[in-house]
Design a protein around this ligand. Structure first.
Ligand SMILES: C[S@@+](CC[C@H](N)C(=O)[O-])C[C@H]1O[C@@H](n2cnc3c(N)ncnc32)[C@H](O)[C@@H]1O
Length: 320
């Protein structure tokens, strides 16, 4: 029983069907791929929180710096009564926005991770009397139906998570976010910026090995949910910078030739020694590119803020 409304937008068997279809599609094509949303069971969500505190992982600190400096401006520019947050996770940085929005009526966190939504929602209603929380367990790449709450709305998408979508997926996603918005609503988008490759690679391949454990968690999820027999020790964590596409790729590299069985989808996958399974793309951005992608979706960028070292940007855009 949740002390706040927690709406599952898709039945649990639809989540199971989505995992089966992603595994079937992603592991029967080369290069082999799995979408990053499957990292985030309860353990994966905890591991991501640990990543945000690693010395190498600058994006969380850089975005927090911008939020701390700009939250009052964001509140004033949007006058938002509802804050919808896509991929909200722990909602930790969101607190800086909430602090600057005393008149906010409802916070709507949206995430695939039920454990993250429960923890964050329970903490927020205990901390902030008067704030309504209505959480959605949902895939933000699918059509969303938002609860009926006061307008205007601010839709926040923080953490650079938009970079996990490939360019064509991103265009479709921004179109669907725009379709959720009415005139007067705003989008606050966090984007990690292009920078020195060594800094980027270190952020996805930390010395303590937490990101490696996070990466392999997708195999644990497939083992548990689909009865697969992935041997986690038989795969190595790889982070590499694709300079042409300006994105980081996380991969799992098979340490030897092996066959993995996935009984729930009746699949046996042969991995060659050294063959990679791509588990995440994390695109890095430039201001012009972000402005152009937003414009293509019918959104006008009105503010662009970076941290002092210009590692990360927050942009505010309005529905046109
Ligand atoms: C990189 S983390 C960012 C978390 C938080 N926004 C931050 O800035 O620290 C991505 C978050 O998005 C969620 N997520 C990933 N793919 C998703 C999807 N397709 N639909 C909904 N949530 C998703 C994950 O569960 C996780 O909480």
């Amino acid at each position: 029983m949740s002390p706040f409304p927690l709406t599952r937008t898709l039945p649990e068997d639809a989540t199971d069907a989505a995992l089966r279809s992603d595994v079937l599609r992603g592991l029967t094509h080369t290069p082999r791929t799995l979408p990053p949303k499957w990292f985030y069971d309860a353990h994966g969500s905890d591991l991501f929180e640990q990543i945000t505190e690693l010395p190498e992982y600058y994006p969380t600190r850089a975005e927090r710096e911008i939020l701390l400096a700009r939250a009052p401006e964001i509140a004033a520019a949007t006058g938002a009564r509802t804050l919808v947050e896509l991929g909200s996770g722990s909602s930790d940085k969101t607190r800086h926005l909430l602090d600057a929005m005393p008149d906010l009526h409802t916070y709507v966190p949206v995430d695939v991770s039920e454990s993250a939504l429960r923890q964050a929602g329970e903490a927020l209603i205990a901390e902030r009397s008067g704030l309504h929380v209505h959480a959605l367990i949902a895939d933000f790449t699918a059509a969303l139906t938002l609860p009926d709450t006061p307008v205007p709305r601010l839709v926040a998408f923080l953490g650079g998570t938009v970079g996990n979508l490939l360019p064509a997926e991103r265009a479709g996603f921004l179109d669907s976010v725009r379709a959720l918005m009415s005139p007067g609503d705003a989008l606050l988008l966090g984007t990690d910026l292009v920078k020195d490759a060594s800094v980027l690679v270190a952020a996805y391949d930390d010395a303590a090995g937490v990101t490696a454990e996070f990466n392999k968690n997708v195999l644990t999820v497939v083992n548990r949910e689909l009865g697969a027999d992935f041997d986690l020790d038989a795969f190595g964590h790889v982070a590499l910078w694709d300079a042409e596409n300006e994105w980081i790729e996380m991969r799992l590299r098979s340490r030897r030739a092996q066959t993995v069985k996935i009984p729930a989808v009746d699949l046996a996958v042969d991995f060659a020694a050294g063959e990679d399974l791509r588990t995440e793309v994390s695109a890095k951005f430039r201001e012009d590119g972000v402005r152009g992608e937003l414009a293509a979706a019918g959104l006008k960028l009105t503010h662009w803020w970076t941290d002092r070292e210009a590692r990360f940007a927050l942009s505010l855009s309005m529905a046109r």
